[in-house]
Design a binder for this molecule. Structure first.
Ligand code: TTP
Ligand code: MG
Length: 356
């Protein structure tokens, strides 16, 4: 059985601004574009939520609901920094991390032996570490799969922990409204409502064939979630750990100068990739990979924050000396500081498009 923790920061952007200016904490406060510029709010603190102010709401509308609302401009680089710090903290507990957005991640702690392997205790330790080191609060959900853990993290928000132990998953899921199922938006919910299904318990009684005719392959997911089941694993691939280029040569290269001669071209390509993905600030190591014509592979690496021809030349010379064989493949790469995962880096851009 899996042990999954879902972490989601509380009013993330607003929490960071409140940390940096505590006078904001007790008054309704939001982060977003200006009303004059027809801006939209990214988020707001909990006092503002009492007035009905919400994420993605036009700022002008928010002022109508709450005239004393204070709106601060968005500072994405600052929030990205805190996001990376959160990720660093998670990594002290497990390497099985799947970030979903700037303030949200799944952690698989099934194999963790610290804290007597207790996922609840790990979640509490993470929450308190984030609070002490970063000055913001996160809520956590703990359960046997992603679906239930994610629903649970919302349960006692803000600054809450909800654990759904294995024996309670069935009844916990039964009571959920169908909108709790990821992928069920307003349109699907309306269709399901018209078929008489409002809760997961209702959905369990559905005729699978009818459901299939209506929703195709999604019907399987619907039924699984209705029973509190979710077989999806943690996807750790989203954290980019390196950037590289490599070439397999149609004719093996003689071990020596012909290989060194390929370096400038490969390095040019690598630099283009680094630039395109905006990764230059995250380089921690340079490495060279060599595959000899006996198909054995070797890599040589060294610490460095820049990718220089001189470094790669030295690494390549060192690697080539390991075997006196012709070379099939050459690769150049840079290992990255975990920083922010790729998908994640795109998120603020999407947000910027939407609100600014
Ligand atoms: P959320 O986790 O959805 O919201 P939140 O952290 O502000 O509040 P909660 O306590 O309910 O979790 O989103 C994280 C951040 O992403 C949020 O602080 C601001 C940004 N965001 C937007 O820019 N636009 C949006 O529409 C949403 C929902 C969030
Ligand atoms: Mg959040």
């Amino acid at each position: 059985m899996q042990k999954i923790i879902h972490i989601d920061a509380d009013c993330f952007f607003a929490a960071i601004e409140m940390r940096d200016d505590p006078s904001l904490a007790d008054r309704p406060f939001a982060v977003g574009g200006s009303a004059e510029g027809r801006g939209v709010l990214t988020t707001c603190n909990y006092p503002a939520r009492e007035y009905g102010v919400r994420s993605a709401m036009p700022t002008a509308q928010a002022y109508r609901l709450c005239p004393e609302l204070l709106v601060m401009p968005v500072n994405i680089p600052k929030y990205r920094g805190v996001s990376a710090q959160m990720l660093d903290i998670f990594e002290r507990f497990t390497d099985q991390i799947e970030p979903l957005s700037l303030d949200e991640a799944f952690l698989d702690v099934t194999e963790v032996t610290d804290f007597a392997g207790s996922a609840s205790r790990i979640a509490e330790a993470i929450r308190s570490t984030v609070r002490t080191e970063l000055g913001i609060t996160v809520s956590a959900g703990v359960s046997v799969n992603k679906f239930i853990a994610k629903v649970a993290s919302d349960w006692h928000k803000p600054d809450g922990l909800k654990v759904v132990p294995p024996e309670e998953v069935d009844s916990f899921a039964a009571a959920l409204g169908i909108r709790a199922i990821p992928g069920v938006g307003p349109v699907t919910a309306e269709k399901l409502n018209r078929m008489g299904f409002k809760t997961c318990a209702d959905l369990r009684r559905a005729d699978p064939l009818k459901l299939k005719r209506r929703f195709g392959s999604f019907s399987q997911t619907l039924l699984e979630r209705a029973h509190g089941q979710d077989r999806r694993r943690i996807n750790t691939q989203r954290i980019r750990k390196s950037v590289s280029v490599e070439h397999t040569y149609s004719n093996d290269l003689a071990n020596g100068d012909p290989c060194l001669g390929k370096l400038p071209g490969l390095l040019k390509e690598l630099r283009q990739r680094i630039e395109k993905a905006d990764l230059s600030g995250r380089i921690r190591k340079a490495y060279v990979k060599i595959k000899f014509n006996d198909f054995s592979t070797t890599t040589v690496e060294r610490v460095g924050t820049a990718v220089t021809l001189e470094d790669y030349r030295e690494l390549l010379v060192e690697g080539l000396a390991r075997k006196e064989l012709p070379v099939r493949l050459l690769g150049l790469g840079a290992r990255l500081d975990p920083g922010l995962p790729e998908r994640y880096e795109q998120l603020p851009l999407r947000i910027e498009n939407r609100i600014l």
